[in-house]
Design a protein around this ligand. Structure first.
Ligand code: HEC
Ligand code: HEC
Length: 286
């Protein structure tokens, strides 16, 4: 075959194939793109005021303990039998080549809420999302939106408030009463002068800070631990890092680093304590 003929053939094929491109649909007929989102918009204060971990525990024992264990250590009666649907490295590799093997799914291990390495990297909102949607390719079902996860159709199995209550019970498994008490002592002695006894940023030194930081005056933003929108998206490691390294902004020294003054254990207890400004810890942690 002459090269010219091959090129001609390819060009014709390309032309023919270009006719098969899918049409792009931009915008939808029912809702013009300029229409406001209405009820889809996220409400201010997504997280309710002071979720209650004791209330959460009731839900937890009824709906989560079968997998996560009564104490949250990941060893519920169902834990050993759980599998991750469609999860197997061997079948996944073959699927790349369109060969679908039949192999057993791999086990799926429920999260352990006393696992500090995991919990300190989680924000409350990350837990919220997991509970709401479930986690694809694991045994974790969705409890929120009716169309997510194992929760096909029907009303949500947990409402927003129940979800926040239950997630803060899980949250409380990563600390102890002794740590919260130690954290409170340190906080009241060393932090409350600025951040306020109630965590609301209204300590005796706050007037001075208010002149430097606009949000401090409005009672929202970093360092105001009753700002639940801010707290919902923070991870314990973020707070820890700020305490250890101090806070500076635009050359302005706002807070001293505490890494030299406090041990890492002390800094973790104060971080654990700070979360109690946004949730009510359960009876066994108070
Ligand atoms: C059928 C068993 C099962 C039930 C019931 C269940 N879970 Fe899970 N859950 C899992 C598994 C398995 C994982 C681990 C997923 C993974 O591997 O990432 C998990 C993970 C999670 C995580 C993620 C933790 C992290 O570190 O990211 C949260 C939060 C969670 N579950 C909360 C709940 C809550 C709250 C309930 C009850 C309302 C519940 N789960 C009920 C099996 C279950
Ligand atoms: C001299 C006043 C002062 C003292 C004392 C103080 N802080 Fe702060 N802290 C601030 C200011 C100011 C900010 C910054 C607020 C901002 O960024 O808008 C801040 C921010 C923070 C933040 C959030 C940082 C971020 O942006 O992520 C944490 C967490 C924090 N402080 C914890 C503590 C702890 C714990 C103590 C006691 C061990 C303490 N602070 C003592 C003034 C203080």
């Amino acid at each position: 075959m002459s090269p010219l003929f091959v090129i001609g053939l390819l060009a014709t094929a390309a032309l023919l194939l270009s006719g098969c491109q899918p049409k792009l649909q931009t915008g939808s007929a029912e809702r013009p793109s300029f229409a406001p989102l209405g009820t889809h918009a996220v409400k201010y204060n997504f997280m309710p005021e002071k979720p209650n971990a004791d209330e959460g525990e009731k839900i937890y024992q009824a709906r989560c303990a079968v997998c996560h264990g009564a104490d949250g250590h990941g060893e519920g009666p169902m834990a050993k039998t759980l599998v991750a649907p469609h999860k197997n490295p061997l079948t996944d590799t073959f699927a790349l080549f369109r060969a679908h093997l039949e192999q057993p799914s791999l086990p799926s291990r429920p999260a352990r809420f006393n696992n500090l390495d995991q919990m300190r990297l989680n924000s409350p909102f990350a837990l919220y999302e997991t509970i709401y949607r479930g986690r694809p390719h694991t045994a974790m079902p969705g409890f929120g939106h009716p169309s997510y996860g194992a929760n096909d159709a029907g009303p949500p199995r947990l409402h927003t408030e129940e979800t926040w209550n239950v997630l803060f019970w899980e949250w409380s498994r990563a600390t102890t009463k002794a740590k919260l008490d130690a954290g409170q002592r340190i906080y009241e002695a060393q932090c409350a002068s600025c951040h306020g006894l109630a965590g609301d940023g209204k300590g005796p030194k706050s007037d001075e800070i208010r002149q430097k930081i606009w949000t401090w005056g409005r009672g929202v933003g970093p360092g105001i631990f009753t700002d639940r929108d801010w707290m919902a998206y923070r991870k314990p490691v973020d707070l820890y890092q700020a305490v250890a390294q101090g806070v500076q902004r635009r050359g302005l020294k706002l807070m001293d680093p505490y890494a030299e003054k406090l041990s890492s254990g002390e800094m973790w207890s104060v971080v654990d304590y700070i979360w109690t400004f946004v949730y009510t810890p359960p009876a066994d942690r108070r």
